[in-house]
Design a protein around this ligand. Sequence first.
Ligand code: 6PG
Length: 247
Amino acid sequence: MPQPNIVICSDREALNRKTAQLLVQLTGQAIAANRRATLALSGGSTPKSLYELLATAEWRERIEWANLHLFLGDERYVPPDHPDSNFGMASKAMISKVPIPPQNVHRVLTELPSPEEAATNYERVLREAFATNKTPQFDVVLLGLGENGHTASLFPHTTVLKDNAHIFASVWVEEVKAYRLTLTAQVINFAKNIVFMISGASKASVLKEILHGPYEPERLPAQLIKPVSGSLLWIVDQAAAAELPKQ
Ligand code: 6PG
């Protein structure tokens, strides 16, 4: 197993700044090369303060929002104004505060009558946005890590882990008693840049298992994340890195 590419930040604020700087750099490079950048946002609680930082006057000017297309790496099957909505969180924290054209913001239509329809519709959105019938290639996929080893909505022992038939899929997750919608591992792995942003002591044990434990992706789905040809970077704070071998 090649040594993981890890950046350890002193604390949460440093983690946010380092990740913000990386997103500025990667989206800027993509826009310079292809006149646009595609970024899949992660959900949960960790990235909220990052999104808020990117919306501040200090950072807002550093991103070319007019050429940035935002997507969701995963979503809960709840309305966009529901407290659990990843889009709702990102919209409140950042999207509603920055000059990104509405047509550049691609949320999952979770108001559709079923999770399956929401997933199928989002697959259509992705295929159109990437103008491909094959695997969409994101410039950047931002990911978080759950204490149980899940990432995006790729939860342990769920059918979606082995799904090679979809680019975006719906899945019932017994563990959280909810439907989730997620990019499949093959799409994440096809990205040009995959960035895990991980914070807090509660992630230290699972992070060590994922990076240095046996390969058990059914139990630790974040181990499925291996870029086909792009980069994979783990940006973590010291609390989350506490159980890693000293660099
Ligand atoms: C989600 C996320 C998920 C998240 C992890 C970590 O929809 O919940 O996309 O993969 O990144 O669950 O969540 P926290 O950042 O809240 O610990």
